[in-house]
Unconditional design. Structure first.
Length: 260
């Protein structure tokens, strides 16, 4: 690996097909490497967005797409390091970006002040051969008012989203996203503790990988039993799986590998 130094490195995005590794820190600065040799492919990049989660980053060719906190979607061009604002909406906030092959599903919600209003609206775009987005369709998902914390299953196909409602009769759930059917299937209720566990990742269809600033848990979905728990002394930014029984924890003092 190149000797580049990134302070507060908090996460990465790895494309299994191209074996490209995008490493970024809490200030939105990043480098792109070609693995496994660790060759740097571009100059220092600036994503112009913070708190990015790997599952909410899309990639094709020379372009990366990701949501920004300023009610917009951005595109990074790794050829020259430039970023471009693709979508901008003063009413709706871009929360998540989910890529399924050549389709991009953009999740938006509506916020006014500190209250959450409206419903989740999903926009679908096709990524063409030039890396441009072509609008296809959209739909609104009720009664959900927020869908955050996107995570994929280990197979990379199943997408899990934290879905929040504003009614106690429906409740808040982690739901599985089925883009071909335009529907969401509830799989795991969100408790008070689970809202704190903001780094959920699905594993092997029946386990949830959970990380908060203090600890990491592996939870069995059917029984809700904690199968493993790790408590490093450092502050945890996030955690992810590397294989079915190995993971990585990103902290303010470095990255740690562990097995379970």
């Amino acid at each position: 690996m190149s000797p580049d130094k990134l302070s507060n490195m908090c996460n990465f995005y790895y494309d299994k097909d191209t074996k490209q590794l995008l490493v970024y820190n809490t200030s939105g600065h990043a480098y792109l490497y070609q693995m496994p040799e660790g060759k740097r492919l571009s100059k220092k990049l600036y994503l112009r967005a913070m708190n990015l989660q790997p599952a909410s980053i899309a990639h094709k060719g020379d372009y990366y797409w990701y949501s920004d906190t300023n009610f917009c979607l951005r595109r990074l061009d790794i050829k020259d390091g430039s970023t471009k604002q693709i979508l901008k909406d003063k009413e709706r906030r871009v929360v998540n970006v989910i890529q399924v092959e050549d389709k991009l599903y953009i999740f938006t919600d509506m916020r006014r002040g500190i209250e959450i209003e409206g419903y989740v609206k999903i926009l679908c775009y096709h990524i063409d051969e030039n890396g441009d987005l072509k609008y296809e369709f959209e739909w609104g998902e009720r009664p959900y008012v927020l869908m955050g914390y996107v995570r994929r299953d280990f197979d990379g196909k199943t997408v899990m989203v934290g879905a929040k409602t504003n009614t106690k009769y429906v409740g808040d759930y982690y739901v599985a996203f089925e883009p071909e059917n335009k529907r969401f299937v509830p799989i795991y209720p969100i408790t008070d503790e689970a809202w704190e566990l903001y780094g959920h990742t699905m594993l092997e269809e029946n386990k949830i990988f959970a990380a908060n600033p203090k600890y990491v848990k592996v939870i069995d979905i059917p029984s809700r039993k904690v199968l493993a728990k790790y408590e490093p002394e450092e502050t945890i930014y996030s955690a992810t799986f590397l294989t079915k029984n190995k993971g990585a924890i990103f902290t303010d003092r470095g990255v740690y590998e562990f097995t379970f």
